[in-house]
Design a protein around this ligand. Structure first.
Ligand code: C2E
Ligand code: CA
Ligand code: CA
Ligand code: CA
Length: 275
């Protein structure tokens, strides 16, 4: 039994070595990923439930690793944040997304995810203004998605930056709502235009009463604050029905489309409009 225990220990030790090794390789690979053209943006539509129109597309980073193929942003974004690569990558994503969106119909916006780490850049507002100016995209067509974690900092600098971004005329969306600590108080203090309800609540529809209650509360709260609400991760027609009944405005998820390459966006907007 003792030998067996040691074997198990060795197994875990090796698994840990491999994880550390992989992370190290990812960190090194990320330094050159942009310059080697390995990064790409895919776009996933947000659809207005009432009309079926595409209101916005969210830009999502993709990395085609030369040896390992597609790597999920859920894995490489945290590595990029740690390794100090996220500023450059985030700026590239922002510029590319604005440029792509400048060729879409005027009524369609683009949403870009901002890492909390990007808020440490004192020039963030200028970066956003620059991306808009260079692409020619109308300011009101850019939406920035941020997560609750940036709201938790004691100092006011993130709030100041958010206010400046909002004053520029870009829209601010609170992403993954319900997974962190947000409360009504936060929503009042920060200049949000949209709330994105996390997929974990949508997954519970239509059966789970708790999920329904949370979404109903968020919708009614958002209405009185003048915010719009998007449900993330909508995969079934039943979930969409429940969301419609709950008064949710927009929906995003595999039911409508997976994220697609930029070249397919035009056709996707047309296809969704006809369906
Ligand atoms: P997120 O911002 O919450 O993006 C939504 C994620 O849910 C995307 O995963 C999307 O592909 C996935 N998704 C959409 N609909 C469905 C559905 O119906 N079912 C399921 N199961 N999943 C769905 P993805 O593309 O792998 O991105 C993961 C996360 O990586 C994003 O979560 C975001 O936090 C981060 N990320 C992606 N691109 C960027 C970026 O450019 N900058 C930053 N800072 N983070 C990014
Ligand atoms: Ca997002
Ligand atoms: Ca999200
Ligand atoms: Ca998420």
């Amino acid at each position: 039994a003792k030998a067996e225990g040691r074997g198990t220990f060795r197994f875990f030790e090796r698994a840990m070595d491999e994880a550390v090794h992989r992370k190290q390789r990812l960190r090194v690979g990320l330094r050159t990923a942009l310059d080697r053209g390995e990064l790409d943006l895919h776009f996933q539509p947000l659809v207005e439930i009432r009309t079926g129109e595409v209101t916005c597309l969210e830009a999502l980073l993709r990395w085609r690793h030369p040896d390992w193929g597609m790597i999920s942003p859920a894995e490489f974004i945290p590595v990029a944040e740690e390794a100090g690569q996220i500023m450059r990558m985030g700026e590239w994503a922002l510029r590319t997304a604005c440029w792509e969106a400048s060729r879409w119909p005027d009524a369609v916006r683009v949403a870009v995810n901002l890492s909390p780490v990007q808020f440490r850049n004192p020039g963030l507002v200028q970066v956003v203004a620059g991306a808009l100016a260079d692409s020619g995209l109308a300011t009101g067509r850019l939406e920035l998605e941020i997560t609750e974690s940036i709201l938790l900092q004691e100092d006011q600098s993130n709030l100041t930056i958010l206010r400046e971004l909002s004053r520029l005329g870009v829209r601010i969306a609170l992403d993954d709502f319900g997974t962190g600590f947000s409360s009504l108080a936060y929503l009042l203090r920060f200049p949000f235009d949209k709330i994105k309800i996390d997929r974990s609540f949508v997954t519970g529809l239509p059966a789970r009463k708790e999920a329904k209650a949370v979404i109903r509360a968020v919708v009614s709260m958002s209405r009185s604050l003048g915010l719009s609400v998007t449900a993330e991760g909508v995969e079934t027609a039943e979930q969409l029905d429940a969301l419609r009944q709950l008064g949710c405005q927009d929906a995003q998820g595999y039911l409508f489309s997976r994220p697609v390459p930029a070249a397919e966006v035009g056709a996707l907007i047309d296809k969704l409009r006809r369906s």
